[in-house]
Design a binder for this molecule. Structure first.
Ligand code: HEM
Length: 445
């Protein structure tokens, strides 16, 4: 594992062990990025359920593998402002970093647009369907694709459509968005031509465009899309918030839904390629219904596609770990945690934990198809929990079912199925977003 062999000291911080093997400056990041599951298992075996991991510039986060840690996400004495400290350039001021009433106010302003009714009224499923279909048809024609860059590109297009960005502006948005992403890893060197300088310029450009969109939406110009709905809901909300909050959240929406969904979509295709019986079940369902769904009300007809979406996310959760800070002393499993402690809640660990799931490492559609109870917080922990639970949950569910059914109908009609052409385990990443390698190839034959 990518740990520093020179750091073997056994150290304690607030009486909790620090995982050995940190490198100067980058801490445990190399192992966190490349091998998080094994790192967590090894730490649990050698140090117990509570330990510190070093995220380099992101600081040290106390990680707890006791399922109690999930409840922390709903606890009133934790704050997500730590996220703004870790990624100040792109996330400060956004919903995910706010707390308490400021968070509620900002979230209330936009949440309706993301609920099934809001999505249906805005016609999001009808907007997405032709874009998804065109993309899978292009894959069919090519016969072979590198899956993650493809799903990344498709998701970016869907996200831009969702926001109502005019098609002719997509290339420049694409470029600015890529530059914005550089802010996540940019070294702190502010000189002309550096990633930091370019990233900030791209962020300011995107923010200025969003501000103009918001003005247009107020002026009731012909533009459609989620920004319009958000602006109207926002203006109707009880305490009018400043446009800065809305602008920051448009940026958050661009970021939050892109890599997470692209990664899940890519894993879905990989799982379909390595499990012929799952592909057959999906094709059978797609044939029986005979169409790609466009509204939430349609989704009940697609239990296999829904199970595929849930099981893919369970085995490959895109958000592996979410940061929080304790604002008061907390009880966490068997330990008291002092106020001010930075915490990393390892969603990845719980998503495949034997304490929460039977045969956790097996891909089983049956665990969803045969269940009788409603979906609860543990079943969707990949989307977080509590006040910050993912706002895009219903949207992702719709688009991933649309995607899998479009894929099944298109490929089946052409008499082909997905096949894995390279090692899907090699080069996978676990942080900041968990994803398969950029190089995994899928053939359709
Ligand atoms: C498979 C896809 C996705 C996964 C696994 C995912 C996961 C998550 C997780 C774990 C959180 C909680 C973060 C925290 O508590 O700190 C979150 C929050 C959020 N997600 Fe997603 N997400 C996905 C897709 C999307 C999409 C498509 C959108 C919107 C277009 C979106 C928008 C958001 C927003 C705005 C928040 C912050 C909510 C708040 O702080 O109140 N996500 N997501």
């Amino acid at each position: 594992m990518l740990l520093n062999p020179l750091d073997r000291r056994h150290r304690l911080r607030y009486d909790i062990p620090v995982v050995p093997g940190a490198f100067p400056l980058v801490g445990h990041l190399p192992a966190i990025v490349c091998d998080l599951p094994r790192l967590l298992r090894r730490a649990e075996r050698t140090l117990g359920s509570h330990f510190w991991l070093d995220f380099g510039p992101g600081g040290q986060l106390m990680t707890c593998l006791d399922p109690d840690a999930l409840a922390v996400l709903r606890h009133k004495d934790v704050s997500s402002s730590l996220i703004a400290e870790i990624a100040p350039e792109i996330l400060s001021g956004t919903l995910v970093t706010l707390n308490g009433s400021a968070h509620r106010q900002a979230r209330d302003g936009i949440k309706a647009a993301f609920l099934p009714r809001g999505l249906t009224e805005a016609g999001i499923g009808d907007l997405f369907e032709p874009v998804i279909r065109a993309r899978v048809q292009a894959w069919r024609a090519r016969g072979e694709v590198t899956i993650l860059p493809e799903t990344g590109d498709l998701m970016l297009k869907l996200t831009f459509y969702l926001m109502g960005i005019p098609p002719q502006d997509l290339p420049v948005w694409h470029r600015k968005y890529r530059q914005l992403l550089q802010l996540i890893v940019a070294p702190p060197v502010d000189l002309p031509g550096t990633p930091l300088r370019r990233g900030r310029a791209a962020r300011d450009w995107i923010d200025a465009q969003s501000r103009q969109f918001i003005r247009d939406a107020r002026a009731r110009s012909a533009r459609t899309g989620l920004i319009n709905d958000m602006v109207s809901a926002f203006d109707r909300s009880e305490d009018a918030l400043s446009d800065d909050v809305l602008v920051a959240n448009v940026r958050l929406l661009l970021l939050a839904g892109h890599e997470t969904t692209a990664s899940t979509m890519a894993w879905m295709v990989i799982e379909l390629a390595r499990q012929p019986e799952v592909w057959d079940a999906l094709v059978e369902e797609a044939q029986r219904v005979g169409a790609v769904p466009t509204r939430h009300a349609d989704l009940a007809q697609y239990p296999v596609a829904e199970a595929l979406f849930r099981e893919t996310l369970r085995l490959h959760p895109a958000s592996s770990l979410v940061p929080r800070r304790a604002t008061q002393e907390l009880q966490l499993g068997q330990r008291r945690i002092p106020a001010g402690t930075s915490l990393g809640i390892p969603l990845l660990h719980f998503s495949t934990s034997a304490l929460l799931h039977e045969a956790p490492d097996q891909f089983r559609l049956a665990r969803w198809l045969q269940r009788t109870g409603p979906i609860g917080p543990v079943d969707m922990l990949q989307f977080g929990s509590g006040p910050h639970v993912c706002i895009g949950y219903h949207l992702v569910w719709l688009e991933l079912v649309q995607f899998s059914i479009a894929l099944a109908l298109t490929m089946h009609k052409a008499g082909v199925r997905p096949r894995l052409l390279s090692d899907a385990e090699k080069g996978r990443r676990y942080f900041p977003t968990a994803q398969p390698s950029m190089k995994v190839r899928i053939g359709f034959s």
